[in-house]
Ligand binder design. Structure first.
Ligand SMILES: Nc1nc2c(ncn2[C@@H]2O[C@H](COP(=O)(O)OP(=O)(O)O)[C@@H](O)[C@H]2O)c(=O)[nH]1
Ligand SMILES: [Mg+2]
Length: 329
């Protein structure tokens, strides 16, 4: 790993941190990639030191632009992410990438594939890539992703790209955690277009039709525009951009579409309201996870076993038992 030479403006370490953590924070704010990697590992694994670092770093976050990329596996999200990163680098902006691949715990191939393709960016010290695979994080993957984004933001990344798979609610939450969400489509998705209606279309701010070198791209553009016209009342017309990510075609247009969306967020005040929504969502999921953690201790499990007995034998009812479990009595 190399050390970034770009100086970040905030280099005063936080006095609340103890010696070694304060030193680590100073190194991180100085652009040391190894310090960043260590802090991210702690944050991801739920290590107490990660939480302390996050608390110290959090006030320095809030400056990065965040862009989420979602879409079916194989749609080309990693390739698009790669190309977008290059486009932002060309503008002189530093880039952080958070790649989430739910299949990676089972098939390392997917994540290795991504890594190989992203190697091009590894040589660029102003791009930092983090793959997130753990699903066991406190508050779920979505909360963990937010934490990672906040650290990259405090580190000084100008743009943070979040790649996820648009398969489940968790992924929709993650993609929705960015200021701008790109939905990556491909020609010949056939029936999949129908399923797009559910949820995912609502969070898409920019639509990309990737693999436009393949037949059916125009049809896909029309199908998406038709779908969008069913839902016209959102104050923003999501642009549909044809791209060929493997050849870098249309990527500048895609970046410009993201810029337009960001400008609209700023002009309409939605940037702030969405930030409030995200904060509320993360607090809620962390609080929920904390409560569950407190309940599922050894004594909590014993209590639950006794309560289950009472409910099953009709000594108590489920509602009373749940209240008793929560109250610890
Ligand atoms: N023909 C064509 N193939 C592409 C394009 N973009 C990506 N691919 C290929 O599609 C496959 C899946 O890409 P990947 O970025 O890993 O998709 P992800 O699973 O959505 O991240 C790879 O073999 C890419 O080379 C494109 O614009 N045209
Ligand atoms: Mg991928």
């Amino acid at each position: 790993m190399t050390t970034e030479t770009t100086a970040t403006p905030n280099t005063q370490p936080n006095p609340r941190l103890s010696g070694r953590l304060a030193e680590l924070e100073e190194r991180l704010l100085d652009g040391d990639r190894r310090a960043l990697a260590r802090v991210l590992s702690w944050v991801e694994s739920g290590d107490q030191r990660g939480r302390e670092m996050l608390r110290a770093l959090y006030p320095r976050s809030g400056r990065a632009r965040t862009i989420g990329l979602t879409g079916s596996p194989g749609a080309g999200k990693s390739t698009v992410t790669n190309e977008l990163a290059k486009a932002f680098r060309k503008r002189g902006q530093s880039v952080g990438i958070v790649a989430i691949d739910p299949s990676s715990p089972y098939t390392m191939g997917a994540i290795l594939g991504d890594r190989v393709r992203m190697t091009e960016l590894y040589s660029d010290s102003d791009v930092f890539i983090r793959s997130l695979a753990s699903r066991g994080a406190l508050g779920g993957l979505s909360a963990a992703t937010q934490d990672i984004v906040h650290v990259l933001d405090a580190y000084g990344k100008d743009v943070i790209l979040i790649e996820t798979v648009g398969a489940g609610q968790d992924e929709v939450d993650i993609a929705g955690a960015a200021q701008t969400t790109i939905l990556v489509n491909t020609p010949n998705m056939g029936d999949e277009v129908q399923t797009l209606k559910a949820g995912i279309m609502e969070i898409a701010d920019v639509l990309a039709v990737n693999k436009s070198d393949l037949p059916g791209a125009n049809r896909m553009v029309s199908a998406l525009k038709a779908l969008l016209s069913l839902n016209p009342d959102r104050g923003w017309d999501p642009p549909v951009v044809r791209i060929v990510a493997t050849q870098g075609e249309g990527i500048d247009k895609l970046a410009e579409a993201c810029d337009s969306h960001f400008a609209e967020l700023q002009a309409s005040g939605k940037l702030q309201s969405a930030e409030l929504d995200r904060a509320r969502q993360q607090i809620t999921s962390l609080a929920r996870a904390n409560v569950l953690n407190q309940l599922h201790t050894e004594s909590g499990e014993e209590h639950l076993a006794r309560l289950a007995n009472d409910v099953a034998s009709r000594v108590s009812d489920p509602h009373t038992a749940a209240a008793a479990w929560l109250a610890g009595s």
